[in-house]
Write a protein that binds this ligand. Structure first.
Ligand code: R1P
Ligand code: URA
Length: 292
């Protein structure tokens, strides 16, 4: 029999109280269904719908509440902003689910998590005005994270990557974009027929990487025009946000089911934004809680 891989103290960081390093969660506090949100303040909004609250943990930008909604045990977890944070959150959630903290080895049976991100995003098409709910069928990662993991080519859509790279005249000074699908069954269940479905670009920044120019000129002023007119097998690029690629990519590599749905708060074509969205994202939260 193969000897089990041992995860040393420097690789799998466990706090003295038995919780995982950044999230400060213990294995028994994690539900199989997980809602991920960027904003730590959104955790309380999601949990305000819960019937019961089992635990609440706060550490840095990571705020967690586990409870029940209509009998379903759910963990709501904030990730903060960006794919770098998703690397931490996904690896730590997966460790809580699939590594035995006592022996520091992988458990014999795999536990699959269902992960739904509820986020905000920028809309890129005429049919994605502020208030639209968008489900990411595929994500294009401008963040580079998945390129650091073995198996990336086995889970990515290499044909779309090639078509997109050619369409954009991709600058080789940038990290290679990766293209990854959300979980199809989960997308159909959560998006049903009241969310726009499309390709999402997850960016490693809110300004330059999303083609926003304040005082510093952009390397490619035509980027967003090229993004907006890209089409692939009838799919268009619908929105920009900052986490969906790493979430879908790491979940595919780890054997979890994941998807992202976002509410549009700024339409880049119409140059309009809704910064008072915090009251209206509750509609999306309710749909996800019902359908997860
Ligand atoms: C940027 O304002 C943040 O908002 C979006 C982006 O992905 C990024 O995290 O999502 P959240 O509202 O979930 O944070
Ligand atoms: N989040 C983003 O990442 N981009 C936007 O334009 C709005 C929200």
């Amino acid at each position: 029999m193969d000897k089990k891989k041992y995860f040393a103290a420097s690789e799998l960081l466990i706090n003295e109280d038995g919780s995982i390093f950044h999230l400060h969660l213990k294995p028994e506090q994690l539900a199989d269904k997980v809602i991920l949100v960027g904003d730590p303040g959104r955790v309380a909004l999601v949990a305000s719908h819960f019937d019961t609250k089992e635990c609440e943990v706060e550490s840095r930008e990571f705020h967690t509440i586990t409870g029940t909604y209509k009998g379903k045990r759910i963990t709501v977890q904030s990730t903060g902003i960006g794919c770098d944070n998703i690397d931490i959150v996904l690896n730590e959630l997966d460790a809580l689910a699939n590594i035995d903290f006592k022996t520091r080895t992988e458990k014999d049976t795999h536990r699959t998590l269902t992960l739904v991100r509820i986020g905000t995003c920028g809309g890129l098409q005429p049919d994605t005005p502020s208030g639209t709910y968008v489900a990411s069928i595929k994500s294009i990662g401008f963040d580079g994270l998945l390129n650091f993991y073995a198996g990336r080519n086995e889970v990515c859509d290499l044909d779309l990557e090639a078509a997109f790279t050619e369409h954009m005249h991709w600058n080789p000074q940038l990290c290679a974009p990766y293209v990854i699908d959300g979980d199809k069954e989960l997308i159909d269940r959560i998006a049903q027929n009241d969310m726009v479905r499309g390709i999402t670009i997850a960016c490693g920044g809110f300004f330059g990487p999303q083609g926003r120019e304040l005082r510093i000129p952009l390397a490619d002023p035509e980027q967003n025009k090229k993004v907006e007119c890209f089409e692939y097998n009838g799919l268009r690029i619908t929105n920009f946000e900052m986490e969906s690629s790493a979430l879908a990519g790491l979940s595919a590599l780890m054997g979890h089911k994941a998807m992202t749905c976002c509410m549009v708060i700024a339409n880049r074509l119409a140059q309009k934004a809704n910064t008072g969205y915090k009251n209206t994202i509750d509609g999306l939260i309710e749909k996800v809680l019902e359908r997860i």
